[in-house]
Design a protein around this ligand. Structure first.
Ligand code: SAM
Ligand code: MD0
Ligand code: SF4
Length: 369
């Protein structure tokens, strides 16, 4: 029958996901290629059911502190690549960083994400300045900390851990090597992957991330899930590529929103108990409801207004309007019948996860049996 859609196949896959059976690559690709609105909604509904089972109606919220926009790298997708003369460069002063850490903490976020370009200023002095900064931040905020510094030397991971950092975020963007080489020009695929394995072995929680709309296929996306599993990543993200002025990828069009949403939902089916962000850094507040409805359980990239701190892929969108704040997102959480977790619940999740790492060595390999 023309226009007929095969309901039984979809139902079987979703039923498998509900009982935590492992999905095959073929099944994952089938889900990622869905177009029919009713079928897509069924996937989102399943993702929400699974999220509720593991996290109830609680959402975690991350404050974002992009304290240096200088970078030695030339990623083709990034506004802050070193050869982009259009991008705004700053190093925030210690006073500015402390004030932002304090105001984010007061606003009710659950974690502070300290992010930088691969700024030679920090790399050249063995991260001493950064580690001192972390020590001071811990005096004004008792929240868990994430660091997103790019590829650091292995010894630095131990120093991060010693300084009390909980998370190391470092995104591969894709696990297709050829595509990676076009995106992260001149950066080793293997070293970037390995540092995450080493970080987790050293007791740091790890976030892995992907971009959509950069030339990847659905097979690549399915393959990335296997890598995320291999890394035992504790938080997994996908963000749609946002074309940036002054970069080689400026002329590309933005990818379909559906692709990111389906990937969020599939990640929830495959990694039911992991943290999955809905980033405000792609569409600002506008795309938040859809991302949460697809199964995300963390809102990231909350930035206090009027401080001059930037986002990455949306450097200014919704920041000074105050929409990228806890207050700004509450009505949206409510419209999704969700609510912010208590800071204690998030801290407990992190603590439990870190205890699990120290008890078990890496989980088994092989996602798609
Ligand atoms: N410089 C460090 C690094 O690259 O690991 C940390 C911060 S980096 C700015 C954080 C992430 O932002 C990138 O890994 C990428 O996933 C995302 N990003 C950068 N440019 C983007 C763009 N144009 N569209 C969507 N996401 C982007
Ligand atoms: C975000 N703009 O959460 C931030 C950034 C880096 N750890 C995170 C991409 O969307
Ligand atoms: Fe630098 Fe990170 Fe941007 Fe790449 S993604 S150019 S490493 S800031």
């Amino acid at each position: 029958m023309p226009g007929h859609v095969d309901e039984s196949k979809l139902n079987d896959i979703l039923e498998k996901a509900e009982r935590a059976a492992i999905l095959t690559q073929e099944e994952i690709i089938y889900l990622l290629e869905l177009q029919d609105k009713v079928q897509v909604e069924k996937v989102f509904q399943t993702a929400r059911n699974i999220r509720r089972r593991f996290f109830s109606n609680k959402i975690f919220m991350y404050g974002f502190i992009y304290f240096s926009t200088f970078c030695r790298n030339d990623c083709t997708f990034c506004f802050y690549r070193k050869s982009n003369d259009v991008s705004v460069r700053y190093h925030k002063t210690e006073a500015e960083i402390m004030e932002t850490a304090h105001s984010l903490t007061e606003s009710g976020v659950h974690l502070l994400d300290l992010t930088m370009g691969e700024d030679p200023r920090y790399f050249s002095q063995g991260f001493k300045e950064l580690l001192e900064l972390v020590t001071r931040i811990k005096k004004v905020s008792n929240l868990p900390l994430m660091i997103s510094p790019g590829l650091v030397p292995v010894e630095t991971l131990d120093e991060f851990k010693k300084a009390g950092i909980n998370w190391y975020a470092c995104y591969q963007e894709t696990h297709n090597r050829q595509l990676y080489e076009r995106l992260r020009v001149g950066q080793s695929f293997d070293n970037r992957l390995k540092i995450k394995l080493l970080a987790r072995e050293r007791g740091l929680l790890v976030e892995e991330g992907l971009l959509t709309g950069v030339g990847e296929t659905v097979q690549d996306l399915a393959e990335s899930l296997a890598f995320m599993k291999l890394l035992s990543a504790d938080q997994v993200r996908v963000m749609s590529f946002v074309p940036q002025k002054g970069t080689p990828m400026e002329g590309l069009s933005s990818p379909s929103f559906l692709r990111e949403l389906l990937m969020i939902a599939v990640m929830r089916l495959v990694f039911p108990d992991k943290l999955i962000p809905a980033s405000l850094d792609v569409d600002g507040i506008a795309g938040l409801k859809e991302r949460l409805d697809a199964g995300a359980n963390v809102v990231t990239s909350l930035i206090p207004p009027s401080t001059g701190f930037a986002g990455v892929s949306q450097s200014t969108l919704d920041i000074d309007e105050g929409h990228r704040t806890v207050q700004g997102i509450l009505p949206i959480l409510e419209s999704c019948k969700l609510e912010p977790a208590h800071a204690r619940e998030y801290a407990q999740w992190v603590k439990q996860r870190q205890t699990d790492i120290s008890m078990t060595k890496r989980e088994g390999v092989g996602l798609c049996g």
